[in-house]
Design a protein around this ligand. Sequence first.
Ligand code: ADP
Ligand code: MG
Length: 283
Amino acid sequence: MVRARAWMNTLRTASDGENMTRVLAVANQKGGVAKTTTVASLGAAMAEKGRRVLLVDLDPQGCLTFSLGQDPDKLAVSIHEVLLGDVEPSAALVPTVEGMTLLPANIDLAGAEAMLLMRAGREYALKRALAKVSPDFDVVIVDCPPSLGVLTLNGLTAADDVIVPLQCETLAHRGVGQFLRTVTDVQQITNADLQMLGALPTLYDSRTTHSRDVLLDVADRYGLVVLGPPIPRTVRFAEASASGSSVLAGRKNKGANAYRALAADLLKHWKSGKALSTFTPEV
Ligand code: ADP
Ligand code: MG
């Protein structure tokens, strides 16, 4: 029976790429580059389009969990117990007001990092957990913590694709080389199928030449694809994270629309292999 079901799943995946669950990691070891904002906003945009979306909080700070209206300190179970194999992933899932599902995190996850280090197959804990729930979702988006430790390695190992948000300010390039080396290591060791989709310019200020110069420099230095449209800096994002829902739920704004455009692009890319839109700043 179980085997028959597994076989039907294989058949479904093989015959219909559209039904395959896609796992996207959003990662950069720098804090404050809009990883969490990108995860919440892209997820909400895909949910608006009728996709079943699971968001995974892999950061012990629990910012994604908090920004989606959950109190990280009051969770009965969280991703911590799931990664250690003590709780079934389905038992830790919570719904969000925007129709998404969240696998939440809190500070306990800082302990999971140390516990995982003592286990065999530690990079695969998230991949194993997601295998049990991902058939219920079209898209899984993973919010990685600001480090290149075992949690980020779990995120990259579980993912089909990765996006690196880049805040276009001075020194944005610091750490990008190290991040790309980590992606290459993962591709060589734990996840040969991982695709680096490119850098996403965030907190972008098109009125100054500074954002543009930084972006051109980083793209050039590392041969990175720059995804478009860039996400403009707007005050709406700070308002949204305090409100318990993503920026898409609030009043109309340019930031939300940029995320909607990127979401539409990603869905087309996954459905038909269409190339993602790229962005070249005008010189
Ligand atoms: P990370 O997860 O990489 O640490 P966050 O998503 O938490 O980054 O974003 C860091 C801060 O920047 C937050 O206060 C967030 O509200 C703010 N922010 C993110 N994107 C934007 C934007 N496009 N415009 C203005 N503020 C933003
Ligand atoms: Mg974050």
